[in-house]
Ligand binder design. Structure first.
Ligand code: 5GP
Ligand code: MN
Length: 340
């Protein structure tokens, strides 16, 4: 059996909410990743099996490599169907907020989320949750929201409603938020849950291939170029930086998701403790950071890049030119030597 971490009173309260509701909206953060989509769709399958009318509404399009997940085609994408999304929030009598800790993380959907009078339930593992939900399951010590969804479903005594489809989605989130169980992955319970999901019939090797082995030639070339030509090492600060500006992205026919794992690459150098990847998106520079051990990249992103996140994986946005963004990074490097 896995350990109990969820508050008994909160679980009971959620059960009361579930019993009395019919129309449920599940939503997650903008630029949804494997955990955001995996946890949302996992919960969607379970609650649908419970007889509820459930919709997953995302602020923008999920990445292509997640569209194989069962239920992905039924996701209501707010950038495409804004009015429909608004109506779903307005008509909902329960809203789940998955894998995010503050309303601004749903981007342009913030208004419809906050305007909804439905009770809101947060299931999340980011630090410092904003108190905007009626019920909060916030567990930063858990490696993925998908794992939390599994735990919650079990505590609601709905384990039997997890079918192969739900299991596939939950596994995907657990896998992506731990880099295929290569970080944040020493919790023994993870492997008990994986065993249970395998018993539900999932093919974890196939899920890995679908999610991670989906390269195109141009994607490989873009990543090769970024590592070969654009990686700067700052040995005295144990740091690395990779940047790609709009012209470079264009040259390699960049498509969303093409640079997904690039930020992790410099960390494979033993002498590197943390690294940043900066990509020039329309309107701002997207900053992604990763670190090893106790180095707090969330602090770096909060203090300088208008963002936040986890200790070892964080991100933010910088308004300005790529050069200004790079200059900012370089100028603050010495301030973070104390965490090395
Ligand atoms: P990624 O580098 O994969 O985009 O993001 C890694 C983590 O950093 C995410 O799971 C999220 O917690 C956090 N993150 C990324 N971008 C932002 C941002 O713009 N603002 C905040 N607060 N967190 C972010
Ligand atoms: Mn997550």
């Amino acid at each position: 059996m896995i350990t109990r971490i969820l508050n008994e009173g909160s679980v009971k309260e959620l059960w009361r909410m579930l019993k009395s509701c019919r129309h449920i909206v599940i939503t997650c953060h903008v630029k949804p990743d494997g955990d955001a989509i995996g946890s949302s769709l996992g919960l969607y399958h379970v609650l649908s099996a419970l007889g509820k009318d459930v919709r997953v509404v995302t602020p923008d399009m999920p990445p292509r490599n997640l569209l194989f997940l069962p239920g992905a085609k039924d996701i209501v994408v707010a950038t495409r169907y804004e009015e429909f999304a608004r109506k779903l929030f307005a008509d909902a009598d329960l809203v789940f907020c998955l894998d995010f800790n503050a309303p601004y993380r749903v981007d342009r959907m913030q208004r419809m989320l906050l305007d909804s009078v439905a009770p809101k339930v947060m299931i999340d593992h980011h630090l410092s949750p904003d108190p905007f939900t009626n019920l909060t399951f916030s567990h930063p010590e858990v490696s993925s929201t998908s794992m939390l969804v599994f735990r919650l479903v079990c505590r609601l005594e709905l384990f039997q409603l997890i079918d192969k489809n739900a299991a596939k989605c939950i596994y995907t989130g657990m896998m992506t938020d731990t880099g295929n169980f290569s970080y944040n992955s020493n919790d023994p319970d993870l492997y008990i849950v994986i065993a249970e999901l395998l018993r539900k019939g999932i093919d974890k090797d196939e899920i890995y291939r679908r999610v991670f082995n989906t390269n195109s030639a141009s994607r490989l070339r873009l990543n090769g170029y970024a590592i070969y030509r654009k990686m700067i090492i700052f040995p005295e600060h144990r740091a690395a930086l990779i940047t790609l500006d709009a012209r470079e992205l264009d040259e390699f026919g960049y498509e969303k998701g093409d640079t997904e794992s690039l930020v992790n690459v410099p960390l494979s150098i033993p002498e590197i403790t943390y690294c940043a990847f900066m990509r020039q998106d329309p309107g701002y520079i997207k900053v992604s950071t990763r670190s090893k051990g106790s180095f707090p990249v969330n602090r770096l992103c909060e203090e300088h890049f208008n963002g936040g996140g986890h200790l070892n994986a964080a991100g933010g946005e910088f308004k300005g030119t790529m050069q200004e963004c790079v200059d900012r990074f370089i100028s603050v490097l010495p301030d973070y030597d104390k965490y090395l």
